[in-house]
Design a protein around this ligand. Structure first.
Ligand code: 5RP
Length: 269
């Protein structure tokens, strides 16, 4: 692997653990201002010290993230649809690789919609992005989207979508968790990170999801709503970090959450 690609990946996956505790804040690109992310700057700033990388759009970055804060950026470059439009899967590329390089992104991310009418368009788009980003050794994160057009999903579907992304050249794949997730990871060929999905019933459930994912071999998590829609986002992300990087089990991580919850975030962090 080239020095540049390796350097960028090491800004996402902590070399000590080989894993990432990525924070997803890109939801507004199709959902608009959802709960917990109506004021991105105030929501994100206290969480950044505990995230290895931030997954965001360029608009959110420029408006709401201090460029002096030393966090790696995984830049979402696909979109162009909305939750109120006719088809979420009809995404296109919304940000150039050139702009990603200007923003000093460590990687670019795009969604693919396997099994929808836009499967070919989004998978072809992924292959083209791999070519374009590859000119600069800029890694690509493929996101196997799920949602209203796909309905229920299982490890068989996620494994299929994940493997296709890797075959097309994605450096890493973000997907969802399902029973039997080991099989998804085993066949992926590249590092897999797990999205949190909709807010779960409790912090314990979110920690259990992260724990199951890394135990099954995931190279980390990329949670959004289960962090910044939780009762105490800063405590939640620190507890997730303990699972991802320090091998904490659910009970230990929940104990950490309970000790941290309600505490002010230290000044300067
Ligand atoms: C949407 C995304 C989001 O980043 C992803 O859903 C992760 O966030 P959450 O943990 O809230 O599901 O890629 O396509």
């Amino acid at each position: 692997m080239s020095w540049g690609r390796s350097n960028r990946l090491s800004r996402i996956f902590d070399p000590a653990s080989g894993r990432t505790n990525m924070l997803a804040v890109d939801h507004g690109y199709f959902l608009g201002p959802i709960s917990g992310m109506r004021s991105p700057r105030s929501a994100i700033t206290p969480l950044l010290p505990y995230a290895d990388a931030l997954m965001a759009t360029r608009g959110l970055l420029r408006s709401s993230v201090d460029p002096a804060l030393p966090r790696s950026i995984v830049l979402r470059v696909s979109g162009g649809t909305s939750i109120v439009g006719p088809s979420l899967s009809d995404e296109t590329i919304i940000t150039t690789v050139e702009d990603a390089l200007r923003l000093n992104a460590a990687a670019v991310a795009m969604s693919v919609f396997v099994g929808t009418e836009h499967e070919r368009q989004t998978l072809g788009g992924l292959a083209a992005l791999v070519d374009e980003a590859g000119r600069y050794d800029l890694p690509v994160l493929a996101v196997t989207a799920v949602g209203k057009e796909l309905g229920a999903y299982d490890a068989r579907y996620l494994g299929l979508a994940t493997r296709i992304c890797a075959e097309l050249g994605a450096d890493m794949v973000k997907t969802y968790h399902a029973d039997g997730f080991e099989a998804v990871v085993e066949a992926a060929m590249v590092p897999v990170v797990v999205a949190g999905g909709k807010r779960l019933d409790s912090v314990r459930d979110a920690l259990a999801l992260a724990c199951d994912a890394v135990t099954a071999g995931a190279a980390g998590i990329d949670f959004g709503r289960n962090v910044w829609q939780s009762a105490d986002p800063a405590a939640t992300i620190q507890a997730l970090r303990a699972v991802v990087h320090d091998g904490h089990g659910v009970d230990d991580a929940l104990g950490l959450y309970e000790r941290l919850a309600g505490q002010p975030v230290p000044a300067g962090r």
